[in-house]
Design a protein around this ligand. Structure first.
Ligand code: SF4
Length: 241
């Protein structure tokens, strides 16, 4: 069984694979409470999941939670009626339901792209054989309320077994020392790992980072890492989910 918020086909708006077509499976529940969270409804378990019937048509129906894995497999695979790059397991924090992912992933007809907050290395170790690409966040203490440096380090070491890139959301509250620590953490695992600096979308009272500061952070990171890109949440200004 799996607790899900929604399942739909859309365009990946963030990170290294921006612009690709994916089926999104938004799992319910999260172990964090980030200040800028743009999916606050997915942090809790909910009574119903919204399921798109036809890829991209937004013809959602409500289905009771938790969904049986058989039902979820059928729902996801039925959206793969044309070429999708991958299936994004997102949330919430999908690794909160690692046991479901282990059973689900082998039955799906596209590669698995895991979007994760990068704080649950033990769970990652369990699902690692079943995922193909990992989009791992580093959560800075200024937005997560506490430090996760050790968890992030262990997580990234494990993730290196697969294709992985790291994303850091940057706000007006971000401290330069935090960016430097995040960059050093990535470099201590491998300077080849791509780093995405994602300027926070300035909604819900989030303080934006200034353009000059963003340039400075990218310059800092490029001194140590080979591939550092600045990519905002493009789905927000395309009106995509
Ligand atoms: S990890 Fe993601 S889902 Fe969880 S609180 Fe942070 S932004 Fe929201």
């Amino acid at each position: 069984m799996a607790h899900v918020v929604e399942v739909f086909s859309s365009i990946q708006g963030e990170g290294l694979y921006v612009g690709t077509r994916q089926v999104f499976v938004r799992f319910a529940g999260c172990n964090l409470a980030c200040t800028y969270c743009d999916t606050p409804d997915s942090r809790q378990l909910c009574q119903f999941a919204l399921v798109e019937r036809t890829a991209g048509k937004r013809n959602f129906i409500s289905v009771s939670n938790p969904l049986s894995l058989e039902n979820l497999v059928q729902v996801i695979n039925s959206l793969l009626t044309f070429r999708h790059h991958s299936i994004s397991f997102t949330g919430g924090e999908p690794l909160c339901q690692a046991a479901s992912i282990i059973k689900l992933a082998p039955q799906l007809n596209a590669p698995i792209y895991l979007e994760t907050n990068g704080t649950l290395p033990d769970r990652l170790a369990e699902v690692l054989p079943y995922v193909d690409i990992i989009s791992m966040d580093i959560k800075l203490p200024s937005i997560a309320g506490k430090s996760y440096w050790q968890e992030h380090y262990e997580f990234l070491r494990l993730a290196l077994d697969k294709e992985v890139f790291v994303k850091v959301v940057v706000t007006g509250q971000t401290k330069e020392t935090e960016i430097k620590q995040a960059v050093n953490l990535v470099a201590s695992v491998s300077s080849e790992i791509p780093l995405i600096l994602q300027p926070v979308t300035p909604i819900n009272g989030c303080e934006p980072v200034t353009p000059e500061t963003l340039l400075m952070y990218q310059e800092h990171a490029l001194a140590i890492l080979k591939n550092v890109r600045v990519i905002p949440q493009t789905h927000k200004f395309m009106g995509q989910l």
